[in-house]
Write a protein that binds this ligand. Sequence first.
Ligand code: AMP
Ligand code: AMP
Length: 344
Amino acid sequence: MNNSRNIKDFTIATLGSHTALQILKGARDEGFKTICICERGKTEPYESFNVADEIITLEKYSDFFQIEQQLIDKNTILIPHGSFVAYIGPENIMKIKAMHYGTKEILNWESDRNKEREWLLGAGIKMPKVFSQPEDIDRTVIVKFHGADGGMGYFLANSPAEFHRKHQNYLAKNKSKAYMIQEYIVGVPVYSHYFYSPIDDTLEIMSFDKRYESNADSVGRVAAKDQVDVDIETSYTVTGNVPIVLRESLLPQIFKMGHNVIEKSRELTSGGLFGPFCLEGVIDPQLNYYIFEISARIVAGTNPYINGSPYTWLKYNEPMSTGRRIARDIKKAIETGQLSKVLG
Ligand code: AMP
Ligand code: AMP
């Protein structure tokens, strides 16, 4: 049935969190049947917003493989997102037998900070300096722990001594974890959302966002004196996303960065990067855009644009979320007999 050119023979599914609402709504708007896979007790948003034809409930997400055959029988195409990778685990993603949108191989490059750095630097992207040991710290740095915990526990330090003091504090409250010490760039955070279609062979800018982080985005509401008095330490726990429209003269550079990242990915993996991806970084006052991370899949920063962004409005003249853009690419691939081009 995978050779069918009728989208009615296919179902689109994802896990109920992160960007599931726009993925499922987008799939339905393009004419697909939809399934939402939820953990028990977390189904209400998907029922209330009525985006799923079927909801499959699991005791816990790690039970995913128990229902995989059911998905295969329904000719389901799975759409991965941030929570999908966090809950199933990058190593288990490789074991998925159901149809999977996007290259699985690229997730290995994205989830390992060293490989990610090799990819981005190889694409000519500017990145903050990385310090291999705390003793080398000679400027303000941000210390990041591995794994997608949404910025939990990150701290700033200006010297080796400050690093060790804050790391001890961290260890008193948390399990020991690998970390990266990165130069702290003073500027504004900008996350650039792209879509590359292997079917149309075009790169699109979908939108931009910045994260709304607790407490980084609220410490400015407290006077500096009070911050010191009560010893507030900055943290970066993601709670939501805020839309941004970028200074227009930056757009040529944003396109160029996207093209370079795709080109480099083709040297690193067989299929290369396609579908939605995001470059995450900070723009300094000289307009240097330093990237600290790439997400090789849909990011939650696209959620403010379920009805489309200013950029997708220019291109499509109809509501086009990133979730819907994915479904449209899959639809075109099915109807032109090229489905394998968007699966990985
Ligand atoms: P959750 O399903 O909300 O627990 O999210 C799982 C992972 O996806 C988190 O650890 C975050 O890294 C990422 N994530 C979820 N929501 C967002 C968001 N709104 N913005 C950025 N990252 C997010
Ligand atoms: P991340 O988990 O890598 O996306 O980082 C979480 C947050 O930390 C970002 O949204 C930024 O606000 C901040 N951040 C991360 N890396 C840097 C950096 N090198 N310079 C300045 N701010 C950063």
